[in-house]
Design a protein around this ligand. Sequence first.
Ligand SMILES: Nc1ncnc2c1ncn2[C@@H]1O[C@H](COP(=O)(O)OP(=O)(O)OP(=O)(O)O)[C@@H](O)[C@H]1O
Ligand SMILES: [Mg+2]
Length: 518
Amino acid sequence: MGGCFSVSLPCDQVVSQFSQLLCVRGSYIHNLSENLASLEKAMRMLKAQQYDVIRRLEREEFTGRQQRLSQVQVWLTSVLLIQNQFDDLLPSKEVELQRLCLCGFCSKDLKLSYRYGKRVNMMLREVESLRSQGFFDVVAEATPFAEVDEIPFQPTIVGQEIMLEKAWNCLMEDGSGILGLYGMGGVGKTTLLTKINNKFSKIGDRFDVVIWVVVSRSSTDRKIQRDIAEKVGLGGMEWGERNDNQTAVDIHNVLRRRKFVLLLDDIWEKVNLKAVGVPYPSKDNGCKVAFTTRSRDVCGRMGVDDPMEVSCLQPEESWDLFQMIVGKNTLGSHPDIPGLARKVARKCRGLPLALNVIGEAMACKRTVHEWSHAIDVLTSSATDFSGMEDEILHVLKYSYDNLNGELMKSCFLYCSLFPEDYLIDKEGLVDYWICEGFINEKEGRERTLNQGYEIIGTLVRACLLMEEERNKSNVKMHDVVREMALWISSDLGKQRRNVLCELVLGYVKYHKSRIGTL
Ligand SMILES: Nc1ncnc2c1ncn2[C@@H]1O[C@H](COP(=O)(O)OP(=O)(O)OP(=O)(O)O)[C@@H](O)[C@H]1O
Ligand SMILES: [Mg+2]
């Protein structure tokens, strides 16, 4: 029943094909020694070719303007792969050669010799093919990155035109290559730096690249290097395997050939430009570095002795911003609301962060009762106000957390015991700290006073206290910062009574001692 079919081939054709097959298979064995030698030679040539291509790539990619072609990368990966296979194959070379007999025409184990010989033969063909593909006229092409990435910011920015112009002029002045912007949390430093960044995109090609790096508290040199490297086209596999010093050299080699602008947002400590690999900006290289920080001390450490303060908005600017955030409809929903809204806006004391958060919370409140209630809450227990804790106080608290040591922190919190907007006499403040036992007078009055003034200075430079412009012997606390201090003293809002007691005690102590001085 089984089907039976036959294929008829001329007999001499079958014999010829069979003998050819035997011949090829036989050649795996009797040409093994010769093939191995050819393979080793071809491999050496391929490695030399690979080395040349990598050198060319390094030269072109180091400018930061070029990136390797995909076909070159595919070739390099294939070369790596074949190298690994070659390294696997080579150790058994001697054993395999010894296995041959009859002057290399036969083997003591035909099967093993055949397999090995076949691998050698195939690999030889692949290496030769890779060699023929490895002659590239071009290995890289221009990197398609935008030289300045425009960064979006909220449309309702008020009152930064003058500051922007001043900061821009200061940065672009021939002599100065580095600009420091400092100011309290939420005052608009990042916003101003964003505007500076975007302005670079409108001035044509005076700079090769503008690099924006968000630093923040937990940042490291490594993270800064990574951001810079990515922007200048140094990202990638090989870079990831390099240590900080090698990366600094790589970055330096790219940036020293380019006119760059580096914008560092939110630094809390000195960023060591040299360690990161950034050439120091100078008149000669025409490069620029600008940074923002909450600490004036950091500006000094960065070598900027005349930093620019980003200050709170003026009352009319605050009101403009608040109106924009709350919206005309809400403000027009009752004739009494604008008057109440002005009172709410005033509570923010010109701090854009607070104006935005509080304005947004009030945007949907359209009755006089709700607005009156908002004023009550902001006056008696501002932390209860919607968004105050999460979006304002927590953000500002980083400045407190960054203070060095418990003494500094206690002295700062103590200042919140003075009433809102109170002008605090510096020497009087040091006396209260002495009374509280924060600092003691054992070392003599002058040394203690100096210590007290040093603490005040540190708090001022951290933007947690404000020095009076006209009378430098007074300081005061921004109202929102004071709220933050009271909130911290109450264990982040968990123990309000304690704060009240301390407040009362503070006032009593304060007034008693003032009476004593009269
Ligand atoms: N001049 C302004 N007009 C309107 N809104 C502003 C202004 N400045 C800042 N803002 C807004 O206030 C908020 C805080 O601003 P920004 O992040 O720039 O402050 P910052 O000083 O960088 O704060 P931080 O110290 O926390 O980094 C943002 O929502 C921002 O859009
Ligand atoms: Mg910021």
